[in-house]
Design a protein around this ligand. Structure first.
Ligand SMILES: Nc1ncnc2c1ncn2[C@@H]1O[C@H](COP(=O)(O)OP(=O)(O)OP(=O)(O)O)[C@@H](O)[C@H]1O
Length: 233
């Protein structure tokens, strides 16, 4: 059951890239997917099957060639660049494989910088940053800079930063690619925890089939086509 409160709805989405000659590569081939609040949708599939392309279209970073992308009921195709930027700031959290933290900033400052971009004042931003860093298990590390944190801790800062804008949709691309098994497992559990705690619709790309049982549903991609999510519960 989907409606205007469904954070992400893709209907028949196709994405074509030029191949450098006269043809196109179909990275997404009539893909339909709904991501509901409070659930983690795992996105699995071989390299080159279109997983990152799906996230990029859902994040409104790349426009679909055809089909419909609705974020909280709004069709992103009809939006101006400014409206899409606002959507990304206010409704979408993005966690990439590498944390991409700013080397000079402390963990707390990484989050406050995001709030400043949205025009928020420092005091409430600092309070929310501290709260979120506590949620991700870093309450004692607020003043640490990236080089003073482990890979897993940096990814936790990255996740907390993605939550600063109160998103309804969290898009996560291979969050554990740079981590060992134990840290990967705890990051996956954390993503599940924040999905429930903040009632997020999380779409998570992973190569690691071991973590698929932690997802509420798993969509599988192959050659740009998506097999509809099947519950793994
Ligand atoms: N910018 C681009 N220009 C042209 N082709 C692209 C571009 N980005 C991706 N592709 C092609 O689109 C298809 C899907 O790529 P995509 O990166 O979405 O796959 P993926 O499943 O995320 O792969 P991986 O698991 O290796 O990250 C591939 O054939 C890829 O070569």
């Amino acid at each position: 059951m989907t409606n205007s409160t469904t954070p992400l709805l893709l209907e028949n989405v196709t994405l074509e890239y030029p191949d450098g000659q006269d043809n196109t590569i179909k990275a997404l081939d009539h893909v339909s997917l709904a991501a509901e609040r409070g659930t983690v949708t795992g996105l699995a599939g071989p390299s080159g099957s279109g997983k990152s392309s799906l996230l990029a279209v859902a994040a409104t970073l790349i426009p679909a060639t055809s089909g419909t992308v609705l974020v909280n009921g709004s069709d992103v195709a009809g939006m101006t660049d400014a409206e899409r930027s606002r959507l990304r700031r206010e409704e979408i959290g993005i966690v990439f494989q590498q944390p991409n933290l700013l080397p000079a900033l402390t963990a707390q400052e990484q989050l406050v910088a995001v709030a400043h971009l949205r025009g928020e004042s420092t005091r409430p931003a600092e309070a929310r940053a501290a709260e979120l860093l506590d949620v991700v298990g870093l309450s004692g590390q607020l003043a640490k800079r990236p080089h003073q944190l482990s890979g897993g801790q940096r990814q936790r800062v990255n996740i907390a930063r993605a939550l600063m804008g109160h998103p309804s949709l969290l898009l996560v691309d291979e969050p554990t690619a740079a981590l060992d098994h134990e840290r990967s497992a705890s990051i996956m559990k954390l993503l599940r925890q924040v999905t429930q705690e903040f009632d997020l619709a999380t779409v998570l790309v992973t190569h690691d089939v071991e973590f698929l049982p932690l997802m509420d549903s798993v969509a599988r991609m192959r050659d740009g086509k998506l097999t509809l999510p099947a519950s793994v519960a």
